[in-house]
Write a protein of this length. Structure first.
Length: 239
């Protein structure tokens, strides 16, 4: 896909998935803006990583020079006010009574997309890019393709505009997400992902071979396992 004459707004958290989505958007769109959300999350280290990642992409990837636009951060503190989840309160990570992970923040992606669409409307942008994925994820119902498709219809009806929500990671597992980063930005992007992105429910930024995080939460487990598969597959290809 190449949409050379369109602009995009990337939902950019500062984590691995949204960094891959940013690279995908920069490859496929003429101009790319980013938006992050401060909702009182305990893993606010991701937000802190955003500026560094954006700065390194702007300076270190000449193929995307001039494509990056303004970065925005929107407050959605109502999610922390509602509380009751391990991502917005001092609650041990585990399972809810219904079997869903208690790291699931009800309505989070729906609010993210609604806020992003409102911002995009003001910016004259109609392509939204998000890192939702239903292949290698924690069971969140708002990451499903069906949910995203329904949300796109809702936004288009409710705002009388034609938005497109792109989810380039929807059918990828974590190993494939690493491969995508390599395909889009070569080893430079893989290295940047390891050195600067934070994908950790605890918000830890300890350095590991696969990136930054606590090393023990479910998000870190998925990322580490995906990186191990990526390296194993890459080694096999070289052989």
């Amino acid at each position: 896909m190449t949409v050379s004459n369109r602009n995009a707004l990337v939902l950019f958290s500062g984590g691995q998935d949204s960094t891959a989505c940013l690279a995908w958007a920069l490859t496929n769109f003429a101009h790319v803006e980013t938006v992050g959300f401060d909702y009182g999350q305990r893993h606010a280290a991701e937000l802190a990583a955003r500026k560094t990642i954006l700065g390194r992409i702007a300076a270190g990837f000449p193929e995307w020079h001039g494509k990056t636009g303004p970065d925005h951060v929107l407050g959605l503190g109502v999610l922390a006010e509602i509380g009751g989840t391990a991502l917005t309160g001092d609650i041990s990570i585990g399972r809810r009574a219904d079997g869903l992970p208690n790291t699931f923040v009800p309505g989070r992606n729906l609010l993210f997309l609604a806020a992003a669409a409102a911002l995009a409307s003001r910016r004259g942008i109609h392509d939204l890019v998000g890192g939702m994925c239903e292949t290698d994820y924690s069971g969140y119902p708002d990451c499903r393709a069906e949910t995203i498709e329904a949300m796109q219809r809702t936004l288009n009806l409710g705002m009388a505009e034609e938005f497109r929500i792109h989810t380039p990671l929807m059918r990828l597992d974590k190993a494939a997400t690493w491969r995508l980063a390599e395909e889009l930005g070569a080893e430079r992007l893989v290295t940047l992902t390891i050195e600067e992105t934070v994908t950790c429910y605890e918000g830890a930024s300890m350095r590991h071979a696969w990136g930054r995080g606590c090393g023990s939460c479910p998000a870190c487990g998925l990322r580490a396992a995906g990186y191990a598969r990526y390296i194993e597959e890459k080694t096999s290809r070289i052989r």
